[in-house]
Design a protein around this ligand. Structure first.
Ligand SMILES: [Zn+2]
Length: 59
């Protein structure tokens, strides 16, 4: 069988999150590492960019 590797990519800087096999959730793995993940299909941010966004004014 073919295993598909999925991973989150930061929408701000392009950093790549932890790899997840098809049976795993890349969102969950990324969140465990401090990523800010929008499960609704929105933007994902690595820990560094998530921290930056938190300190700046939110919309
Ligand atoms: Zn980033």
């Amino acid at each position: 069988m073919i295993e598909t590797i999925k991973r989150c990519v930061c929408d701000a800087c392009g950093a790549q999150g932890p790899e997840a096999l098809e049976s795993e959730s890349p969102e969950r793995l990324a969140e465990r590492e401090g990523w800010a993940v929008d499960r609704a299909g929105g933007e994902d941010y690595c820990p560094a960019c998530a921290a930056k966004r938190k300190t700046s004014a939110s919309a």
